[in-house]
Design a binder for this molecule. Structure first.
Ligand code: SF4
Length: 465
């Protein structure tokens, strides 16, 4: 098996859709046990030896990428200063989009949460609009799809982000990727994640474009085009990546290993990274918006992510899922190996505040009990407390401590603990329990106060990060 492609040379991969074509014999051949640098070199050979084989496009491996056309090194383009639409059109103009004529192109933005444009949480609708226009003008049939975090509905998120309006105005289809049954695929060579449930459309489109937001992430360091593909996993199966046991022989977080595993079978053909307004600090949803007015594009998503990392003041080799994927030859993150255009691209860099290693929420009188929760519950609780702060303490006797539990790892909880999220459901008989995955803020408020809204003048936003 080729370590850079997850595909046995000349043999149909078990992950491959029935109607796809195997790589040509010899096109992806590489010795086993290849070291990272050699893997990267072979990866490039693999890419360029098969770049003109559009019949292999519907399997998301480097071997089938029609956008590698800029020579021997992966190229990444940084466009800046003209707003999300013009930056994106300029970035896409570097690629020969004529290769998608007559093809089906799926745009996968970050619309995993229902958030307004400009908050740095979801992809700017101007970036999506530009991508739709560019691929439609090239003769492709374009759709926008998303499978959001648990507890969020795809169409609601696409509406709130402004992406739905941009798509409708262009006659572009919107897809709730969770609506149809998934396709289960094994991941050959996986170290943490043996199989995944992929949203069906992702395998049915000829080209998949990842359009993430440039964000810091409390669990994965950053979230960019590689991590954004997690939103192609079906419904709750995304949460499974947060619940994996430690991988044998590794001290790395299982989540990071799992994302690298995922990249073995689910890499986008093109990365278009939205740095219009990114997020620093407590990403992916509770941080601070950071405006850069840049768009980064590349056919190697690892290379594009590495350049975006550099713009954010982050070394890509310190981002575990990127370094693990690069070691396996799934992409290139060594900036010396990547051709970045324009040459003065580093002028656009502005260091992002990193996400804190541990969430440390200080609210007088509130104790957070977190055992094995995922970022969805953490950010829900964080945003809830940011919004309501000490106002909820008015509903308890003065001097008392309110204990809130999230996550699946609690064995015993003290009387009076409020249990949030389905992971705490085993305690529902003995404690106040708020269902949901994650629970909805208004339901948490109702459980605590008996009301679904509070006087905003009582808001206290004392959060320590
Ligand atoms: S209940 Fe909360 S911690 Fe558990 S999987 Fe759902 S969102 Fe994550």
């Amino acid at each position: 098996m080729h370590p850079g492609c997850g595909v046995r040379a000349g043999v149909a991969n078990e992950s491959m859709p029935a109607n796809s074509h195997a790589p040509k014999p010899g096109a992806c051949r590489a010795p086993a046990g290849m070291y990272a640098a050699q893997a990267a070199r072979e990866y490039l050979i693999c890419i360029y030896s098969t770049a003109a084989q559009p019949e292999t496009m519907n399997f998301l491996t480097a071997c089938s990428n029609i956008f590698f056309q800029h020579g021997e090194r992966p190229h990444v383009f940084v466009e800046h200063g003209r707003g999300p639409y013009a930056n994106t059109r300029a970035a896409l103009a570097h690629f020969n989009l004529a290769t998608v004529r007559g093809k089906k192109v799926l745009l996968k933005p970050n619309a995993g949460r229902a958030a307004a444009p400009g908050e740095g949480i979801t992809t700017d609708p101007g970036v999506v609009a530009a991508a739709i226009d560019a691929f439609q003008a090239a003769g492709a049939t374009v759709a926008v799809g998303e499978s959001p975090i648990t507890g969020v509905k795809a169409y609601a998120a696409l509406e709130e982000t402004g992406i739905a309006a941009a798509a409708r105005a262009r006659g572009c289809a919107l897809i709730d990727l969770d609506a149809r049954p998934p396709v289960v695929r094994a991941i050959p060579g996986a170290r943490a994640l043996a199989a995944i449930k992929i949203c069906a459309e992702v395998l049915e489109y000829d080209v998949v474009v990842s359009l993430p937001v440039m964000k810091m992430h409390m669990h994965t360091g950053v979230t960019l085009s590689v991590k954004n593909m997690k939103g192609c996993l079906w419904r709750r199966s995304k949460v499974d990546l947060h619940m994996l046991p430690a991988a044998a022989g590794s001290t790395e977080k299982p989540l990071n290993i799992a994302i690298a595993d995922l990249s073995g079978v689910l890499r986008p053909h093109l990365a278009v990274i939205d740095g219009t307004v990114g997020m620093e600090g407590m990403g992916p949803s509770a941080g601070t918006p950071k405006a850069l007015d840049v768009v980064v594009a590349g056919a190697d998503p690892f290379a594009a992510d590495a350049v975006a990392c550099a713009l954010m003041g982050v070394a890509a080799d310190q981002v575990a899922h990127l370094s693990l994927g690069a070691e396996r030859g799934y992409g290139v993150i060594d900036l010396d190996t990547i051709e970045v255009v324009p040459g003065n691209w580093r002028d656009r860099a502005s260091a992002f505040e990193p996400a804190p290693a541990n969430i440390d929420i200080e609210f007088p009188g509130i104790e957070i009990l977190d055992r094995n929760s995922c970022s969805a519950c953490q950010s829900t609780l964080l945003l809830f407390l940011k919004q309501y702060g000490s106002a909820i303490l008015d509903y308890f006797p003065a001097g008392s401590t309110l204990s809130i539990a999230i996550g699946s790892g609690h064995v015993q909880l003290a009387d009076g603990t409020i249990c949030l999220g389905n992971c705490t459901a085993v305690h529902r008989g003995a404690h106040c329990f708020v269902a949901g995955c994650p629970p909805v803020g208004s339901e948490i408020l109702k459980a605590i106060t008996g009301r679904t809204s509070l006087d905003s003048s009582k808001v206290n936003t004392t959060v320590k990060e």
